[in-house]
Design a protein around this ligand. Structure first.
Ligand code: T4K
Length: 370
């Protein structure tokens, strides 16, 4: 097989034709409002509520600041039960509000926090559960809600990967007290950098809006220790433009996903990660597990792909609990997290994005087939 001249990255942002951005930019230039909740920002909030099927959205400059603000809005402190199998921002957000992450193992099928292991980790200091819909696959929201209700805990979903994902009862973003999205360049829906908090009532939305604007209530009153989490008008313009074609983009991703599944279906030792039965999915990632039955280790396959200019990613390796700053936490031990450790050593996320050609999927599958 001949090595591709240009790298095939794990993802590539969708960029609409540049000319289509010009009218939005002209609006910004005309009205000279660049940020601080301008007209495009407001338009994007209301368009996203309609598209996603949620009550209220507050836009942010990135998903990490949105996560921190969500925790701040709910006054989270003490211990928070979370997953080690995520991007490091999930635990970092807890540290930024002075809470302690308590790592609980993941379910081997969904790769999300294992709800059956949550109760054993609850102590009198526990205030909340911060779960992640990893790769856009839904957590066991019903079990998590039940546990949270019986112990009086808040539930925050890190839904950074879960844009546009629905379950039997509509958007998965409607579960929990708050859900947080990321609109980073590498995400299904991007505003260059960006994020959002989804909430269910206007009072909470207003509180979050204050928090992301330094805590200002009026121009003369600061009522809380807020932050600058505002999304700029250029990012909002990018969002409005993306939203026009989001359904086609998701459809193209779905075709790539389906093609991978066909091509990889009978390769011994390669397991495609399945969803949790979502009624609408976003194909944000294409994770595979390289099991003991495959002739190469995960890292050998990762390097082999690289030698052919296929730049996959090991999301999520290392585990958050293995980073130097977290590894001494009592809950970070390998014995406490056997499934997360095993998964983290077997995972590769293969390239997936709307423009990825099916020929390139064939090329990647052929490398894996050997
Ligand atoms: N919670 C979860 C569960 C998350 O996954 C994330 C972010 C967050 C919270 C925090 O949300 P944000 O604060 O980021 O909004 C990336 C992203 O930076 C990060 O947003 C994302 N998760 C994480 C899973 O992946 P890297 O270090 O892998 O990105 P990078 O720069 O290596 O990009 C990957 C590939 O994408 C590159 O090989 C090429 C391509 N790429 C990347 C960028 C930035 C492009 O083609 N164009 C681009 O502009 O972290």
């Amino acid at each position: 097989m001949i090595k591709k001249e240009k790298p095939i990255f794990v993802t590539q942002p969708n960029l609409p034709p540049i000319d289509e951005l010009t009218p939005y930019l002209r609006k910004i230039w005309d009205n000279k409002i660049l940020t601080n909740g301008g007209p495009l920002h407001q338009e994007l909030e209301s368009e996203l509520c309609k598209y996603l099927g949620v009550e209220h959205i507050s836009l942010f400059n990135n998903g990490t600041i949105a996560l921190i603000t969500a925790l701040q809005a709910l006054k989270i402190s003490g211990q928070v039960i979370t997953t080690p199998y995520s991007f490091v921002a999930t635990s970092h957000a807890l540290k930024w509000v002075g809470a302690e992450p308590i790592f609980v193992d993941i379910d081997p099928n969904t790769l999300n926090i294992d709800p059956n292991k949550i109760e054993a980790a609850i102590t009198p200091e526990t205030t909340a559960i911060l779960a992640v819909h990893c790769y856009g696959h839904m957590c066991d929201v019903d079990k998590i809600e039940k546990i949270a209700n019986s112990y009086g805990l808040k539930v925050i979903y890190d839904a950074a990967h879960a844009f546009g994902v629905n379950c039997h009862c509509g958007s998965i973003l409607n579960h929990g007290d708050l859900s947080v999205l990321s609109f980073h360049a590498t995400k299904v829906f991007n505003t260059f950098e960006g994020g959002a908090i989804v909430c269910k009532d206007l009072k909470t939305k207003k509180h979050i809006d204050n928090l992301k604007n330094f805590g200002y209530l009026t121009d003369a009153e600061v009522v809380t220790f807020g932050i600058n989490g505002k999304m700029s008008e250029v990012s909002a313009a990018m969002g409005l433009l993306q939203l026009r074609s989001i359904d086609q983009l998701l459809e193209s991703r779905g075709k790539v996903d389906q093609h991978y599944r066909t091509k990889l279906s009978n390769i011994k030792g390669i397991k495609c990660v399945d969803g949790a039965g979502e009624s609408k999915f976003n194909y944000a990632y294409f994770p595979i597990l390289v099991t003991e039955d495959y002739p190469l280790t995960r890292d050998e396959l990762f390097d082999k792909l690289k030698s052919y200019n296929v730049i996959a990613r090991r999301y999520f390796w290392p585990l958050i609990s293995d980073f130097m700053i977290y590894r001494n936490y009592p809950s970070a031990t390998k014995e406490n997290l056997p499934v997360a450790n095993k998964t983290s050593n077997q995972i590769i996320c293969l390239p997936i994005y709307p423009d990825l050609s099916l020929d390139n999927v064939d090329y990647i599958a052929d490398i894996i087939r050997g």
